[in-house]
Design a protein around this ligand. Structure first.
Ligand SMILES: Cc1cc2nc3c(=O)[nH]c(=O)nc-3n(C[C@H](O)[C@H](O)[C@H](O)COP(=O)(O)OP(=O)(O)OC[C@H]3O[C@@H](n4cnc5c(N)ncnc54)[C@H](O)[C@@H]3O)c2cc1C
Length: 416
């Protein structure tokens, strides 16, 4: 068989969007080259659990080669794509050139520090396994240092943890960290007065989880406050030098730990792509998910910018990425079969965010609710959506153990 007569689809990125696009083409007569800089797919919604010592990195990631073991039309190549040439139809990878007939760019995003170079230097972030483990190490190191610090003010500063950004990631991290302190660290550090510890959540706007309905924003604030999280709305960060957070109103918070969860922007490889860009450098795409002017090139997931039927930008969340992956695969098949392409319509499955043990907020089928039921749905869905049967069992076991014994099991400080 001459494989070169078979259309070659290159997919950059094995995140939620790229994975779904590749799966959507599993039965198609195409050759797929799936490229990722990492050898694993990562379940980013649970990264904060790695940071708060709740889960191991290996429990929220799965090797890409394992996922596609049975998909015979797919080859995986690990490496960082350094350039995309949509005129000549090739991508540059590890010094060589890979030509394509169809391209799916699903490269996600990276943390946007909005020009705060000092925050980027001294702060912590949650974007991949490495940054989550670094954050975990920092949190645990602070407890160790506090345990042999006699000076009260110094100890309080070591035990002050500032999270910037009141979106779902900031909210989830703040709630989980507050519980780690009150339920778990209390037992590990019986001689430390953990009333001296505090979790501060800074949000520049006037509410948390801005794109959720008002009743859920209010419920989230109350649930976090009930867990002793110090939520500061309308609080703009001005600087962080590794010792002090300074706010725009002149207030200062002494801390060595700032976790930045406040924004996402496009990855480097999109900077040189000759395409119209929206805020954060995301690529403006056509409703069919194609790059305008290049019908064979699709951009999907967090890398893409598209308005919904109400002219609102689609959010950068996993459900949008997954649905766009499936839709891009179908449109590639339509292109190959010379059929008319279909525009993408996002089917909103609802909103969900957890704020710790027994506490979450949800909006499903247009109904808003919070508390234990929302939390139970969150647990079920996250276990269901993690890739790999083994990971599901391990996460279920870990969470059940934590739930019964109030004991996060991954309190390891590892070498960075
Ligand atoms: C901490 C955190 C918590 C989140 N929580 C939630 C949540 O609770 N619910 C929710 O729905 N969404 C959540 N999200 C958002 C969700 O994870 C993203 O919307 C989703 O991952 C986007 O999917 P994607 O495929 O576009 O990008 P990604 O999943 O980011 O995948 C992009 C892939 O491209 C690869 N890549 C990038 N550049 C290159 C390159 N140049 N060469 C090769 N490979 C490259 C990356 O390694 C990565 O594997 C969260 C995100 C974060 C960071």
């Amino acid at each position: 068989m001459n494989t070169h007569s078979i259309p070659h689809v290159v997919i950059i990125g094995a995140g939620f969007a790229g994975l779904e696009a590749a799966r959507g083409l599993a039965k198609a007569r195409v050759r797929i080259t799936l490229i990722d800089q990492h050898n694993h797919h990562l379940f980013q919604p649970l990264l904060y659990q790695v940071a708060i010592a709740g889960l191991l990195p290996s429990q929220i990631a799965q090797p890409i080669r394992t996922i596609f073991r049975k998909q015979k039309n797919l080859t995986f190549q690990m490496g960082m794509v350094s350039a995309i040439d949509v005129e000549q139809k090739y991508v540059k990878l590890n010094g060589s050139i890979i030509a394509y007939d169809y391209l799916v760019t699903a490269v996600g995003g990276r943390t946007n520090f909005f020009g705060f170079a000092d925050v980027e230097k001294y702060g912590y972030q949650l974007k991949d396994l490495e940054t989550a483990v670094n954050t975990r190490n920092q949190l645990l190191r602070m407890f160790e240092q506090a345990s042999h610090t006699a000076d009260v003010e110094k100890r309080k500063a070591l035990l002050t943890f500032v999270i910037v950004g009141g979106g779902p990631t900031g909210v989830e991290t703040a709630g989980a960290l507050a519980e780690l302190i009150s339920h778990v660290m209390k037992k590990d550090y019986p001689r430390l007065n953990l009333n001296e510890a505090q979790v501060v959540l800074l949000e520049a706007g006037n509410s948390l989880i801005g794109f959720y309905p008002a009743e859920l924003r209010t419920a989230t604030l109350k649930l976090l406050q009930a867990k002793n999280v110090n939520v500061r709305l309308n609080s703009k960060l001005e600087s962080f030098n590794g010792q002090f957070v300074r706010l725009a109103d002149g207030a200062e918070i002494e801390t060595q730990t700032l976790i930045w969860t406040a924004g996402i922007k496009a990855v480097e490889v999109l900077e040189n792509l000759n395409a119209e860009k929206a805020s954060g450098g995301r690529i403006r795409i056509a409703p069919t998910l194609q790059l305008p002017g290049h019908p064979e090139a699709f951009v999907i997931g967090d890398a893409a910018f598209l308005l919904d039927e109400q002219e609102r930008p689609l959010p950068m969340i996993s459900t949008v990425a997954i649905q766009q992956g499936a839709a891009a695969a179908k449109n590639i098949l339509r292109l190959i079969n010379r059929q008319a392409l279909e525009p993408f319509h996002y089917k909103d499955p609802g909103l969900l965010a957890t704020i710790g043990r027994n506490a979450a907020v949800a909006r499903i089928f247009g109904i808003s609710f919070s508390g234990y039921i929302a939390w139970a749905i969150w647990v079920f869905l996250h276990i269901y959506r993690i890739i790999g049967f083994r990971n599901r069992i391990l996460v279920l076991f870990n969470w059940a153990w934590d739930y019964v014994f109030y004991d996060n099991q991954v309190r390891l400080i590892t070498k960075e």
